[in-house]
Design a binder for this molecule. Sequence first.
Ligand code: HEM
Length: 388
Amino acid sequence: MRCLSVPPEDPIPAAAPVGHRHPPPPSLVSPGVAHDPYPAFRVLRESFPLVRDELLGAWLVSRYVDVRDALGREELVALPPGRTLAHMEGATHRAHRALIEPALRGRAVAALAAGASRTAHVLARRIAARQESDLVAEFCRWLPTAAVVAALGLSREDTARVQRWCRGGLTHLGGGHHELDAWLRPHLARRRARPGDDLLSVLCAAEVGGRPLSDGTVAGLVGSLLGGGGEATALALASLLANLLDDPGQLALVRERPELVPAAWAESLRRDPPVPVVLRRAVRPVVVAGAALPAGAVVACLVGAAGRDPARFADPDRYDVLRADRGGLAAGMGRHACPGAELAGRTAGYGLHALLDALPGLRWAPGFRPAPQGLLSRGPRALLVRPR
Ligand code: HEM
């Protein structure tokens, strides 16, 4: 599990928390919050819509409208250090997004997804032969990593290595892995010499401002793409399966009406986002949740709290695949909104279809209860099931 910590920042002047009441506001670093942040999120939303978490060193924003607004604010940028897309701004950010977005949208994604579908069926058939299986270890971690590895044009054998790195801190919003650069170097040299039509070749051949991207920049972008699949999508897929297995009525509905799979995915992202907290830092004074914060303020946008805001979603703790409102903020908002959201959704959809086809009796192993963990990256770390 990754810890939630904020690097030391410029001192922030003390300001009266909005909604100063008793009991005191919960801190995100209190014991137990990473295990279940939702009670704390509720208190924050109801009584402290903008409050300084002294232990974390950040301002917490929890209501749907305020989180949506904060995610789109130009004055709030990703926390340093980092070299991923999430850390870029202005013209550089737009230029790098223009390189990556076409490869993660539309027809390019449909081609990739066909490979993901094949992988999903192979994995699901393997699980069908077992008496008991852990869907996280045997399915969720493999499938999304394999999809992004294929998008980049890397070999299937690299999937296991990337997955290990994701468990060791490679994330799409800033985390890195010390082995990534050295491992990528020969791949980059080959693509620079003889470009193919994969995403890694596109990045190697690209010029921004008339200059090619350095190896370090390409490695930063590749890290965010690999982390997006191996970390965020894997956790989100695990949460989707947990939500369905926890409610056999909902699972039966999706089995009867497979056209509900995209709704089941969107609803799970709303209720149990894999990135429940997005951290930002003010580069200029900024208004957040109706209050002025100074330059240097660190703001924690609580996407997980926003997704369960009753002012936006009726009966918000309930997982309901028939919910009409799919407006969750799991993929972010504005200029940094996730460019991999479509790929993630398609990959998860193929995964769920494959499991439903191959495992007609899928249910929890006797006595098993999923235990999601984490705040910056959240999801169940194991899903023990009886496939037959
Ligand atoms: C369910 C899966 C996923 C979720 C919930 C998710 C969520 C997010 C969130 C919350 C952000 C930050 C938005 C912000 O800062 O405002 C983001 C950014 C990003 N995501 Fe994802 N993501 C997922 C999958 C992926 C995948 C599969 C990829 C790549 C193939 C990816 C690549 C990226 C990149 C490159 C950024 C940075 C974009 C930018 O700063 O312009 N993500 N994602």
